[in-house]
Design a protein around this ligand. Structure first.
Ligand SMILES: Cc1cc2nc3c(=O)[nH]c(=O)nc-3n(C[C@H](O)[C@H](O)[C@H](O)COP(=O)(O)O)c2cc1C
Length: 368
């Protein structure tokens, strides 16, 4: 039995297989609204067979966008364009999920293909970001404003309201982005959080915001809908957030109603030295799964069907998330099924044409 194609049930939601589209910013929205690009980008991965489609980091407030072109869910107008995409994903048998995010000190940046790097200047539509402490990501980024306790309370409410809108838009999985050096991760790491109040200092204090956001979000979610949290298992930096802390917070999140930890790493500071290689983060997923006793997702340079199957078979994770390989090949799940000898139906529209063994002369007849 091929594990990659076994369903995964989280609460009342069953993913048809263990392959997820990892969240990927498209920097293609106006005013946070999803559009045809998002429909085609995500829709093609759904028709390609992915079981879970996680939408890109979607900002809970305008100043929480990574770039001015990121998706948002801070107002009700943003619901319907997402609902339209979700209807299509549903029609393909994929489960739509959304990653809710606030970029903190990494907000308001240029898109990767822009000529400039770092923060967009204020006169060109940028803004001063908010973060736990007034510490810039690097010299190309604006120095953030340290958040007041009132701003923290507003932020928690923003996550809850965005969750309600996500549910109204038909999402059946919610993921909180607490990784890659964005706001919730900035609170976790002692390198970016130097607060002296209840949200800084000890492990208990640095993790408080993530717990409070999780509680606020879980409180507005129906029992049957799963909640995921993406964590960076380590900052890869001396004195930074570390693996043991990831295990400890994962166990706490489980008790607060989180169903799966999506285990990534890094992103907090540009100086981190990351030993990137095939499956380089998978061992973190395995450790969280084993020590915190919670389901995990493995991500990072998973490209080969046999590699993905091995991760599941050796119980390192319950789900594999792929990003760049699914950009190269939106039909990766269908190709993986072929490679692993699992029978998986191509979309009816493609089924004969896409089969390599359909005799060419038959195709010619059909093409007439
Ligand atoms: C274009 C692009 C955009 C990304 N945007 C996000 C994002 O919105 N949220 C997130 O958590 N990770 C984001 N990532 C990271 C991916 O989800 C994934 O963790 C990373 O690319 C490693 O997986 P891979 O080796 O399969 O690409 C992005 C990656 C790419 C390539």
């Amino acid at each position: 039995m091929i594990q990659l194609f076994q369903p995964l049930t989280l609460r009342e939601v069953t993913l048809p297989n263990r392959i997820a589209v990892s969240p990927m910013c498209q920097y293609s929205a106006r005013d946070g609204l999803a559009n045809d690009w998002h429909l085609v980008h995500l829709g093609s991965r759904a028709s390609g067979g992915a079981g879970l489609i996680l939408f890109e980091a979607t900002a809970v407030s305008p100043e929480g966008r990574i770039s001015p072109q990121c998706l948002g869910l801070w107002n009700d107008q943003q619901i319907e364009p997402l609902r339209r995409i979700n209807r299509f994903l549903d029609s393909q048998g994929a489960v739509p999920g959304i990653q809710l995010a606030h970029a903190g000190r990494k907000a308001g940046c240029w898109r990767p293909w822009d000529a400039q790097r770092g923060s967009v200047p204020l006169e060109q539509g940028g803004w001063i970001p908010r973060a736990p402490s007034a510490l810039a990501f690097d010299e190309q980024h604006h120095t953030p404003e340290a958040m007041s306790s009132a701003q923290i309370a507003t932020l928690i409410g923003d996550f809850a309201r965005a969750t309600e809108r996500a549910l109204a838009a038909g999402f059946r999985v919610i993921e909180l982005h607490a990784a890659h050096g964005y706001l919730l991760h900035q609170f976790l790491s002692p390198l970016s959080n130097q607060r002296c109040d209840a949200y800084g200092g000890s492990f208990e204090n640095r993790t408080r915001l993530l717990r409070e956001v999780t509680q606020a979000v879980r409180a507005v979610m129906p029992e049957g809908i799963p909640l995921l949290v993406r964590l960076s298992a380590t900052d890869w930096l001396e004195g930074g957030w570390c693996e043991a802390e990831t295990v400890a917070i994962s166990a706490q999140l489980k008790d607060l109603g989180v169903d799966l930890i999506d285990v990534s790493s890094g992103g907090l500071a540009p100086s981190a030295q990351i030993p990137v290689g095939p499956g380089y983060q998978t061992r973190f997923a395995e450790r969280v799964r084993r020590e915190a006793g919670i389901a995990t997702g493995a991500v990072g340079l998973i490209t080969e069907p046999a590699q993905a199957e091995h991760i599941l078979r050796t119980e390192q994770a319950d789900l594999v998330l792929l990003a760049r390989e699914l950009l190269r090949d939106p039909n990766w799940p269908l190709h993986a099924a072929e490679a692993l000898g699992h029978c998986m139906a191509w979309p009816a529209q493609y089924v004969r044409a896409a089969r390599r063994d359909t005799p060419f002369r038959e195709l010619l007849v059909e093409l007439d």
